[in-house]
Ligand binder design. Structure first.
Ligand SMILES: Nc1ncnc2c1ncn2[C@@H]1O[C@H](COP(=O)(O)OP(=O)(O)O)[C@@H](O)[C@H]1O
Ligand code: SF4
Ligand SMILES: [Mg+2]
Length: 335
């Protein structure tokens, strides 16, 4: 049963492992542990930012949460209803409620369709409007995302990068969704255009009480739009809290490292200790034992190599997975 008080979406211990097979008989030789036990909730009208270096599993979280990929483990609930085991047909009403926008709108827009047909296509797929209603809705959507209705007759290549992202957003909005997963939707755009698209998404959120999972590899990009932020490292969430706490009081060494690369916007704000991350992200095929971050963490101790730190609440609403906190060590160490 759908529960009006439940979070719009709740994932619990979500896992997605990709099998690695070799040879003629597709022998299973390993697993890519792309998402390895991730839990979070998103409320109605809320934006959760999801941040981490390339390859840490952000896109896989988004795609698995929407059941575009079958989860290996864990559960996904929409307003309290478990959708983890639903079949393709049973998923149809939920697909309508959950839409996605992508990093490269050009690649996700059909070059042979007019912009109007691209934006109106979901209405045809879900059979929710006749031709006239569809044209009116598409025209309205164009205006709502800052395009002109007469641009319906153009093709994707005739739009700029920012305009293409507006088209992607219009298409995502066509079916009146409740949740939009933005997979690095501004990462390919110029900085000035990024701000316009982020502002558009925030206006749309206010107007339609949309919820967003907003994915980016850069903390600076999620700061403006997010209410809460989850930081991912090698398939796991290492820290999750409200935006202000995360930016002003990061409690995980990895977040500290990511933040030290972000310029400080306010004059007089506390300067950040510079912490350069060395080495590449280890492979999710054979992740480090214990704390996945121990091979790059300047604070690592013996325990970190052996024991997986549990994501737990160390201050109100502030979840962190790091043994430093269990040991009562005040963090950051050298403030
Ligand atoms: N379909 C797939 N098959 C095998 N491995 C995959 C597949 N999709 C993603 N991966 C692997 O899963 C890991 C996480 O990928 P991804 O979710 O795309 O990370 P991110 O979006 O954070 O860059 C990477 O190691 C990637 O190579
Ligand atoms: S558990 Fe250890 S290795 Fe992991 S972040 Fe904390 S101090 Fe670093
Ligand atoms: Mg990605």
């Amino acid at each position: 049963m759908s529960d009006a008080n439940a979070p719009l979406i709740e994932v619990t211990d979500l896992k997605k492992h990709f099998p690695i097979v070799r040879g003629l008989f597709s022998k299973l030789v390993g697993q890519v542990r792309a998402v390895d036990g991730v839990s979070f909730q998103i409320k109605k009208g809320e934006t959760l930012g999801l941040v981490g270096e390339s390859g840490c599993g952000k896109s896989t979280v988004g795609r698995t949460m929407m059941k575009l990929l079958e989860p290996t483990g864990g559960s996904i609930r929409v307003r309290g209803t478990d959708i983890t085991e639903l079949t393709g047909q049973e998923m149809m009403p939920y697909r309508q409620q959950m839409q996605m926008i992508f990093q490269d709108p050009y690649a996700s827009l059909n070059p042979r369709m007019t912009a109007g047909d691209i934006v109106g296509e979901p209405l045809i797929i879900h059979n929710v409007a006749n031709r006239t209603e569809r044209r009116d809705r598409v025209s309205w959507l164009f205006q709502r995302v800052g395009l002109r209705p007469d641009q319906m007759y153009l093709y994707a290549h005739e739009f700029s990068g920012g305009q293409r992202q507006r088209l992607g957003i219009a298409r995502a909005l066509a079916l009146n969704p409740q949740l939009i997963v933005g997979d690095e939707p501004v990462s390919a755009l110029d900085v000035s255009i990024q701000a316009q698209i982020i502002n558009l998404l925030m206006d749309l959120q206010d107007e339609f009480e949309l919820s967003y999972l907003f994915v980016a590899h850069d903390l600076a990009v999620v700061e403006h739009i997010s209410h809460r932020v989850a930081v991912m490292y090698l398939g796991r969430i290492v820290e999750m809290t409200d935006k202000t706490s995360l930016f002003e009081m990061p409690l995980h060494p990895y977040t500290e490292a990511l933040l030290s690369a972000v310029p400080i916007p306010k004059a007089g704000a506390r300067s950040r200790k510079r912490m350069i991350l060395t080495g590449d992200v280890p492979s999710p095929i054979n992740p480090p034992t214990g704390c996945h971050f121990h091979t790059r963490c300047p604070y690592a101790v013996a325990r970190c190599r052996e024991e997986v730190p549990v994501l737990r609440e160390v201050a109100q609403g502030h979840l962190v997975s790091c043994h430093l906190h269990d040991a009562g060590v005040k963090f950051p160490l050298a403030a």
